[in-house]
Design a protein around this ligand. Structure first.
Ligand SMILES: NC(=O)c1ccc[n+]([C@@H]2O[C@H](COP(=O)([O-])OP(=O)(O)OC[C@H]3O[C@@H](n4cnc5c(N)ncnc54)[C@H](O)[C@@H]3O)[C@@H](O)[C@H]2O)c1
Length: 330
């Protein structure tokens, strides 16, 4: 059985730790957080050992694999420490905000033949996986256009905005990964327009909260991504893939299929699942399981650090385009 430890006991660390504790392929050995109370409460609830030094946890002989769920600026340091000790890593997105650091981490991990996976959980969402399977099975023929809508219910606190690396690298990075995965070709040109329409303070902090992106691939396939940090009706996650022989559409999920008909409305439905922790709960579970299955069997990981680098490269290009008003070649 794989001994696993989770680094970071915040929003995402809590999800991964609970999934690890429930997964039969592994034993959750430890939870590390520099804030002792955070490590103690999460580890205590899941029957694992709490720790405040993540590197001491990486060094433990009963830890074979790590989930890195710490703030982005700590990922590469912890990833390389784990790689040097021969431990497998599931690293949260983005790998880093600086593509040069990601390049260096990829070079070092490949030199060490380390096994690392970037955590783009949406690929493991059952609806997204079904959509990709339908493309692979030729149901809509050649893909022509991919349209991705991703809107959050509420903007994050300004303190988060300041350290997030900006909306393109923090939020849209998931959509860049989905775009690459569904287009079946790498985007070669990116045009973006972005504003702070929800909260001017986000603009003052140098970031955006509302954006649209158009990308094209070398053969001319097109992709449109739209993001907003606030949607009054909840967490809006939709994907449309249009091809030569049809269209595939992933709609939002709701807690139930109930529909209401009365004197003022028809087709009245429950609100959307509130945010990413609820909407992608199953995706996070399946993501960890896919990582553990790859650790068990050896061979390639379902996603590589290179996937993380390519999504970051698109984010950097979109940021540049939003500033210059021109399309950017990738
Ligand atoms: N895949 C997703 O859907 C998703 C969702 C949310 C966050 N994330 C990513 O996960 C990472 C963490 O985000 P979050 O929202 O959970 O943040 P968070 O602030 O809620 O949690 C981070 C935790 O890490 C701890 N920490 C800080 N430095 C540490 C260190 N060196 N060693 C151990 N613990 C340390 C903090 O005390 C905190 O408890 C970010 O990179 C973020 O981009 C991914």
């Amino acid at each position: 059985m794989i001994g696993i430890a989770v680094l970071g006991a915040g929003r995402i660390g809590r999800i991964h730790a609970a999934n690890a504790a429930a997964n039969r392929r592994c034993r959750l050995v430890a939870v590390a957080d520099t804030v002792a109370a955070a490590a103690e409460s999460l580890a205590g609830a899941l029957g694992a050992e709490p720790a405040t030094d993540p590197k001491a946890v990486i060094a433990r002989t009963d830890v074979d694999a790590l989930v890195i769920g710490t703030p982005t600026d700590t990922h590469v340091d912890l990833l390389l420490e784990a790689a040097r000790r021969g431990k497998a890593v599931l690293c949260e997105k983005p790998v880093d905000l600086d593509i040069r650091k990601v390049d260096a981490a990829i070079a070092e991990t490949s030199r060490l033949r380390a096994r690392a996976m970037v955590a783009f959980n949406r690929r493991f969402d059952p609806s997204a996986a079904a959509l990709r399977r339908a493309i692979d099975q030729g149901e809509i023929g050649e893909v022509r256009q991919v349209i991705i809508t991703s809107r959050d219910p509420e903007p994050p606190p300004l303190s988060y905005v300041a350290s997030s690396g900006g909306i393109f690298r923090d939020m849209t990075i998931h959509d860049f990964d989905m775009a690459r995965w569904l287009l079946g070709e790498e985007p070669c040109e990116v045009f973006a327009t972005a504003e702070a329409l929800v909260d001017r303070a986000i603009g003052t902090a140098g970031d955006f909260d509302t954006l649209m992106i158009v990308m094209r691939t070398k053969s001319g396939r097109q992709c449109h991504i739209n993001n907003c940090r606030q949607a009054i009706y909840g967490y809006d996650q939709r994907i449309e893939v249009f091809g030569a022989r049809g269209m595939l559409l992933n709609d939002n999920l709701r807690p139930s299929t109930l529909r209401r008909y009365n004197g003022t409305e028809t087709e009245g439905r429950e609100p959307l699942l509130n945010f990413f922790l609820e909407r992608y709960a199953e995706a996070y579970r399946l993501e960890l399981d896919a990582f553990l299955a790859a650790v068990e069997r050896g061979g390639p990981m379902p996603l590589s650090l290179e996937d993380g680098r390519r999504a970051l490269r698109l984010a950097d290009a979109a940021l540049e385009s939003a500033g210059s008003g021109r399309a950017v070649a990738v």
